[in-house]
Design a protein around this ligand. Structure first.
Ligand code: GUN
Ligand code: ZN
Length: 425
């Protein structure tokens, strides 16, 4: 059985930060077969070539690759929008007590399902998530994603110091439990394991070394961590690792810098750090709603993209204040404005789809609409509220029609979601 979807089909032929908005392409139809995109093109031609296909006509709605959220903490779902603290206090007051609850497998399963349903309702088809210290928290998310047919990445968050009793492993158990989870989940269906040391302050040098060894033994895995989010945090790292040249060096010297390394936030980078991240073609993950919500700072999207960095976009739920990649694009636009670089809607949309997929080294599979890619799609209503509809009424270009939804849209703009070629809702 094949499905032919008609609408305004948005895809990218290149990175618009490099090629400009012309990197975006509009077609009239996309054909799905066997869970993949089989063809993209004109409606008449595809109808004629595939008379047996089931046709769904989405009219003037936009058909895009599903959103890819490159850095989330699904265990922070219930404590999103917790008031008044900056990073370290926020972790101690809100985050760690909530993550403690994931010792209970039923609680983990409940939140995992709730989290994926919330993100799907926002058009996000793939996520890369931190879990908690508990191996069961990884099983819960993997099982929930497997049941929904989703491509996700997730890993056990390792911490062996500066975290409360009950939320610490050791260098050895962190390594061994991660290795066992990797063996259980990596490459099963659409699931991938990510090696996940939380950040340097919560790992001893021994644990960072053990994580580096695990990555060296499994170079096909991604590795995710946090880097240079807040100035207080950076000062703390310097105190904990007095011999390190900078924050990045606390990863680099333990084998935790490389291609396939995902560095969340990366706001206050020193020149050496930028150079090394670029040389290694590591991925920087921009989390704009989190960076404003926790008061972290302004990511330099313009400068880092111009220098050729690999950059993804993410909500950072629940340090981020939204499950929506539309809201996240809006925040990226606002942060860009505060840094003097207005991001074009094509750049924002690319970041939320192909850019994030590239940051996960998965752009050959997801994040775009092109033959051979997996059929994870979102159908967007470009007039989902009266405020948006009146703003788009006189739009003359695609970008004028799209930008009000980027800035003001939410889950009401999500008309339908397709996962692996199946209509999800
Ligand atoms: N740094 C270390 N852990 C976290 C976390 O859970 N959220 C954010 N935003 N930063 C972190
Ligand atoms: Zn994070």
């Amino acid at each position: 059985m094949s499905d032919l979807l008609l609408g305004r089909v948005l895809s990218f032929t290149a990175d618009p930060f490099v090629a400009g908005p012309e990197a975006a392409r509009l077609d009239e139809a996309v054909l799905l077969q066997g869970g993949r995109i089989a063809a993209v093109g004109g409606a008449q031609a595809l109808r004629a070539a595939h008379p047996g296909a089931r046709v769904t006509d989405y009219g003037a709605r936009l058909i895009s690759a599903g959103f890819v959220d490159a850095h989330v903490h699904y265990p922070q779902t219930a404590m999103i929008a917790s008031w008044g603290k900056r990073l370290i206090d926020w972790l101690n007051l809100y985050t760690f007590p909530e993550e403690m609850r994931f010792a209970d497998a039923d609680y983990a399963a409940n939140v995992a399902g709730r989290y994926l349903d919330l993100t799907l309702a926002n058009g996000t088809t793939s996520v890369c998530s931190y879990c908690t210290i508990h191996p069961g928290s990884v099983d819960a998310l993997m099982l929930a994603a497997q049941a929904r047919g989703q491509r996700i990445w997730a890993g056990k968050t390792c911490m062996d110091r500066n975290a409360p009793e009950g939320l610490r492993d050791t260098a050895q158990t962190g390594h061994d439990q991660s290795a066992a989870l990797l063996a259980r989940w990596h490459g099963v269906d659409r699931l991938s394991y990510v090696i996940t040391p939380r950040f340097s302050p919560t790992s001893t040098p021994e644990q960072l070394e053990a994580m580096g060894a695990l990555w060296a033994a499994n170079p096909g895995c991604l590795m995710q961590t946090h880097l240079s989010e807040q100035l207080d945090e950076i000062a703390w790292v310097k105190g904990l690792f007095p011999q390190a040249r900078d924050y990045l060096d606390t990863y680099e010297s333990f084998g935790l810098l490389g291609h396939g390394g995902l560095y969340g936030h990366a706001i206050h980078l020193e020149p050496r750090e930028k150079d090394r991240l670029r040389e290694m073609d590591a991925s920087l993950i921009h989390c704009p709603t989190s960076n404003t919500f926790i008061g972290s700072g302004l990511f330099d999207m313009g400068g880092l993209k111009a220098a050729g960095h690999r950059v993804g976009l993410a909500t950072d739920t629940g340090g981020g204040s939204s499950f929506s990649m539309l809201r996240t694009m809006a925040a990226a636009y606002e942060v860009g404005q505060l840094r003097g670089r207005a991001l074009h809607p094509a750049e924002l949309w690319w970041l939320a789809t192909q850019g994030s997929a590239r940051s996960l080294l998965a752009d050959e599979r997801i994040g775009n609409i092109a033959p051979g890619l997996e059929a994870d799609l979102v159908v967007i209503d470009l007039g989902s509220t009266p405020a948006i509809a009146q703003a788009t009424a006189r739009a003359e270009t695609l970008w004028q029609a799209l930008f009000p939804t980027v800035m003001m849209g939410d889950d009401r703009a999500i008309h339908a979601v397709w996962i692996g070629g199946r209509l999800r809702g």
